[in-house]
Design a protein around this ligand. Structure first.
Ligand SMILES: N[C@@H](CCC(=O)N[C@@H](CS)C(=O)NCC(=O)O)C(=O)O
Length: 246
């Protein structure tokens, strides 16, 4: 098998979930970067999907395009080494947490887009290019943010109440435990740890965010209320997904 190619968005928690699952299973891969809006056609070309929504992460393995963090993690379970992330009999429980993680991230993305549109620096950071082009990058950043808002229906995403409910459920389920499903490390832990980016991103080694974008992601009030969950997340990242592995 030739080395699979992961097309990702460096700052996206969904891409982080896929990278984590691949690393967990010691799958070596080439990493490519997708550019929202401008890279849409290339993504369709790479995947052969000319209708419907295309989003990253996408893993191209043996000519097949596997789209979405969940499908990529399942592919890694089937093709990699080590303990499964979807243990037998726990599929429903893992899917339940992945669903909650998606709700949190959808709500988080809508909020980040709104806040980015109000931050000149964050808009500049969102466009690759030399910083001295700053003023020219702002309109491109705005177009990109509006494109993502439309594509992912930011106006239909849940609000802060959805995030609060998800965090409360996570706190109750963990209640001091290390893992969410069956006392072992699963994709449920990966999904919820990654989703906490909408409260406070995990750190530059993982999220590659600039300062202004990090501020848009961070919700100080929620972070203060949920330091225990963030400590759980930080521990999991440090132990199970150390930066040196990637
Ligand atoms: N359910 C998908 C969600 C993926 C997703 O929402 N990707 C967004 C991350 S912001 C994306 O590709 N954005 C860039 C684009 O659509 O061009 C997964 O689990 O991977």
């Amino acid at each position: 098998m030739s080395r699979p190619h992961l097309v990702s968005l460096p700052y996206s928690p969904w891409s982080l979930k896929a990278k984590w699952a691949l690393d967990h299973h010691r799958v070596a891969y080439r990493l490519g970067t997708h550019l929202p809006m401008l890279g849409e056609r290339l993504l369709r070309l790479r995947t052969g999907r000319w209708s419907g929504k295309v989003s990253v992460p996408i893993l191209i393995a043996d000519g097949e395009a596997i789209m979405g963090s969940d499908a990529i993690a399942r592919w890694a379970d089937a093709h990699g080494e080590g303990e499964p992330l979807f243990p037998e009999g726990e599929d429903e429980a893992v899917a339940h947490w992945n669903g909650i993680a998606d709700e949190l991230l959808d709500a988080g993305r809508a909020r980040v887009i709104e806040r980015s549109l109000a931050s000149r620096e964050a808009l500049i950071e969102s466009v690759p290019g030399p910083r001295f082009l700053g003023p020219l990058l702002v309109p491109v950043g705005k177009m990109g943010a509006r494109f993502l808002a439309r594509k992912y229906g930011a106006d239909r995403a849940g609000g802060r109440d959805v995030v609060e409910r998800g965090l409360a459920a996570l706190g109750e389920a963990l209640d001091g435990d290390a893992h969410l499903v069956g006392d072992r490390f699963t994709f449920a832990d990966i999904a919820m740890a990654a989703a906490l980016a909408c409260v406070r991103p995990p750190g530059r080694s993982w999220d590659h965010l600039g300062d202004a974008s990090r501020a848009c992601w961070t919700d100080d009030a929620l972070a203060e209320q949920h330091e225990e969950l963030l400590a759980w997340r930080d521990h999991l990242f440090a132990e199970r997904f150390p930066p040196r592995v990637r």
